[in-house]
Design a binder for this molecule. Structure first.
Ligand SMILES: NC(=O)c1ccc[n+]([C@@H]2O[C@H](COP(=O)([O-])OP(=O)(O)OC[C@H]3O[C@@H](n4cnc5c(N)ncnc54)[C@H](O)[C@@H]3O)[C@@H](O)[C@H]2O)c1
Ligand SMILES: O=C(O)C(=O)C[C@@H](O)[C@H](O)[C@H](O)COP(=O)(O)O
Ligand SMILES: [Zn+2]
Length: 368
């Protein structure tokens, strides 16, 4: 299956096929460049999948230089960006070369950002290995690191030249990571496709059991939807792409409180954030309470946190709101929020006062 992100001269293909990683040599042949290819990955993925990718690339005459970083969100940092760019420069990576990001969203976001700034811009290829990165982060060109002030605050839009999605690599993914990736799949239904949410509700168990047909349908639907949104609003200027941020303003605040650690994975934070966005929508009289309850029940059934108490964080509403004010959707001091009129009917608004959000969160946090 081949999809295209239609961005004029920056258009690129997304290839989704079981076994695609074994074909990486042939699939990247058209990209030309020199024989040397820098593959950026993390220790866990290196142990499981680097040999396959290396063999595929070397079989096509490439010379692979692997840069192996520690796994986990903490790697999306200034320190690892400095280390990575130093290594890439020491290898003599040129503008005409391409860098391969082999891993989850952490490696994709970091290597993509390094590619964006190295010699003012190199090409890069995404080979996503988590469910989350296959359905979301490898597509669309948002690259970033975290900063002490918040999530993804230092970054650039820099589109990859190719995305290679091999669902076979998900066989080794831990269950917790699979569930976290699922949150970004069901997000697509909640934003604008009620029929797909119904499909998710009916096929949740099959997706989590890694049934190949269910996974294929889930990945393709999410990637196709994201590719269309990115093509229509690459730089998040019209409000369309901002919808992909459903649950993220709350979620990023929770991740910040968790110190960008394994205590709370990004997908888990998004899951909880989406429940909060639907609950707030219902409390403001914008969305039927039954829809908000259905979303919460689905997230619980997926084994994801639906309430801050499920995460075990000690925090307070004012602190969470302080995190939220660092959100990239802030405009003129007002919070840009993604709320919903119902399942599949998300919309952006700047009409909700920070004090309203804080009172809502205080009420949620007070629940036993
Ligand atoms: N750029 C975007 O549009 C975008 C979209 C969504 C999320 N993100 C970012 O993505 C990051 C989260 O990505 P993630 O959930 O992929 O986490 P991750 O990259 O940390 O990967 C999760 C864990 O799974 C391991 N792993 C990866 N592939 C594996 C495999 N096939 N088998 C076994 N283990 C494997 C990794 O080593 C890591 O420990 C966050 O930083 C988030 O902000 C970015
Ligand atoms: O691609 C997008 O646009 C998204 O919002 C996808 C999100 O799932 C992703 O987590 C993204 O990195 C969040 O973007 P940010 O601009 O809020 O950092
Ligand atoms: Zn996300």
């Amino acid at each position: 299956m081949k999809l295209t992100v239609e961005l004029g001269p920056r258009s690129y293909p997304i290839l989704i096929a079981p076994g695609a990683m074994r074909e990486a040599g042939a699939l990247t042949a058209e990209m030309r460049g020199r024989a040397m290819v820098a593959v950026v990955t993390d220790e866990t993925v290196a142990g499981l999948h680097l040999d396959t990718l290396r063999a595929a690339l070397e079989g096509a005459g490439r010379q692979v230089e692997a840069i192996i970083l520690p796994p986990g969100e903490a790697t999306k940092s200034w320190a690892h960006l400095a280390l990575l760019t130093d290594r890439l420069l020491a290898l003599g990576v040129e503008r005409g070369d391409f860098i391969v990001a082999l891993g989850g969203g952490v490696i994709g976001d970091l290597a993509g950002f390094a590619a964006a700034i190295l010699r003012r811009g190199c090409r890069f290829v995404q080979v996503p290995t988590t469910l989350l990165s296959q359905v979301d982060s490898s597509v669309g060109g948002k690259t970033a690191i975290d900063s002490a002030a918040g999530k993804n605050l230092i970054g650039a839009f820099h589109q990859p030249s190719l995305v290679l999605i091999d669902p076979n690599v998900l066989a080794t993914l831990p269950m917790r990571e699979l569930r976290a990736g699922y949150a970004e799949i069901v997000k697509i239904g909640l934003i604008g496709d009620a029929g797909f949410f119904d499909w998710c509700d009916a096929n949740l168990d099959a997706v989590l059991a890694r049934d190949p047909a269910a996974l294929a349908k889930a990945i393709e639907t999410a990637v196709r939807a994201k590719a269309e949104v990115v093509a229509a609003d690459e730089h998040e200027t019209t409000g369309l792409r901002a919808l992909l941020n459903l649950g993220h303003t709350f979620g990023h605040a929770l991740e910040g409180e968790a110190g960008f650690s394994d205590l709370l994975l990004h997908g888990e934070a998004v899951a909880c954030g989406m429940v909060l966005a639907f609950r707030l929508s219902a409390e403001l009289g914008l969305c039927p309470a039954a829809d908000a309850e259905r979303v919460a029940a689905h997230i619980v059934r997926a084994g994801l946190p639906a309430h801050p108490r499920d995460i075990g964080l000690t925090t307070d509403a004012a602190t969470l709101v302080r995190h939220m004010t660092q959100d990239k959707k802030m405009q003129g001091g007002r919070l840009g929020l993604i709320l919903a009129r119902g399942i599949g009917q998300a919309f952006t608004t700047k009409e909700v006062e920070l004090a309203t959000v804080e009172a809502f969160l205080a009420k949620v946090l007070a629940e036993a």
